[in-house]
Design a protein around this ligand. Sequence first.
Ligand SMILES: NC(=O)c1ccc[n+]([C@@H]2O[C@H](COP(=O)([O-])OP(=O)(O)OC[C@H]3O[C@@H](n4cnc5c(N)ncnc54)[C@H](OP(=O)(O)O)[C@@H]3O)[C@@H](O)[C@H]2O)c1
Length: 338
Amino acid sequence: MDVSLAVVGATGAVGELIRQVLAERGFRPRTIKFLASEKSAGKTVTFLGQEHPVEPIRAEAFAGVKIVLSSTPSSVSKEYAPIAAKAGAIVVDNSSAWRMDPDCPLVVPEVNGAELHHAKKGIVANPNCVAIPLTVALKPLHDLGRVKRVIVSTYQSSSGKGAKGLADFDTQLKAFAVGGPVPAPTAHRAQLAGNIITLDWTLDPNGYTEEENKVVNETRKILGLPDLAVSPTCVRVPVRVAHCESVNVEFERPVSVEEARAALAQAPGVVLMDETRGEFPQPIQAEGHDHTFVGRVRRDPGCAHALNLWVVADNLRKGAATNAVQCAEELIRRGIVK
Ligand SMILES: NC(=O)c1ccc[n+]([C@@H]2O[C@H](COP(=O)([O-])OP(=O)(O)OC[C@H]3O[C@@H](n4cnc5c(N)ncnc54)[C@H](OP(=O)(O)O)[C@@H]3O)[C@@H](O)[C@H]2O)c1
């Protein structure tokens, strides 16, 4: 395709998956370049079996680039996304820097792909790795019975903290497995091996973590429901990859389990699992896949118009890399990037 692409943050956990997902989906740009920090200058990354140099990020690197897939810390994105956009690129950004900016659409292609037409700043925000699968599962249910309230409790994997999170967890796990002293955490806020952490994110003044506030605000923005009641609890669990979500959905009108299952079975991006056949979504099965796995759909015994479900997706793929690549594909398919 006649598009020049830059992958920014190419050496990170999400950047690595972006390279993989581009290759798997047959996304073949005319030119591609890989950028990261000064620290990575001189390194190479592999794309389609070839070694490519990693360039340090700088303004000149964006000349002639049409699409930027960016996965850096927010501070880097705040500085460089406008520079890339000014150079004529559309930036699909994985950080949280632009997600709540009213001039930047927050896009999950299966849910609100048309929003891509409204990237006034040349920046499209890729949502948080909990909000993406949550909205993929909620959209078909909202179309059925109008969602009124969502209570979501998450079981989030170590890789949500990037390459450093995984390295921290792997080191801890090795020591834990042999009963040795577990080294002090370096990326997670506490020991994760054999433990769960409810405060693995910065605490905001409202008593919720930054992650929990993202889930509330981003779910509302993606679904276009600014007043939707969302009640979140985010928890880090000792799993390497894929986030799980226990979701309680209350509707404006009664929605039966059968109706919900039929809608989910048809929904783009969803794999509905059948517990009567012993199937249930699991992180180790979701890892490496691009779908949002949904199961355990059941009536809430304490609320007439509510259902419970269990949602699982690979946070590095559908929760980040795959969703960003899908946005890039949609930008081209819709003629926004020519
Ligand atoms: N992990 C997830 O599940 C997930 C999901 C959704 C969104 N996100 C978001 O995606 C972004 C990347 O996350 P990650 O998990 O991939 O993090 P990561 O593994 O720590 O990777 C960060 C990347 O950013 C680059 N970078 C850091 N500082 C830079 C600078 N000053 N200039 C240029 N590049 C710089 C790093 O390059 P060097 O190697 O050269 O330092 C690396 O390539 C974050 O904003 C994160 O919040 C992550």
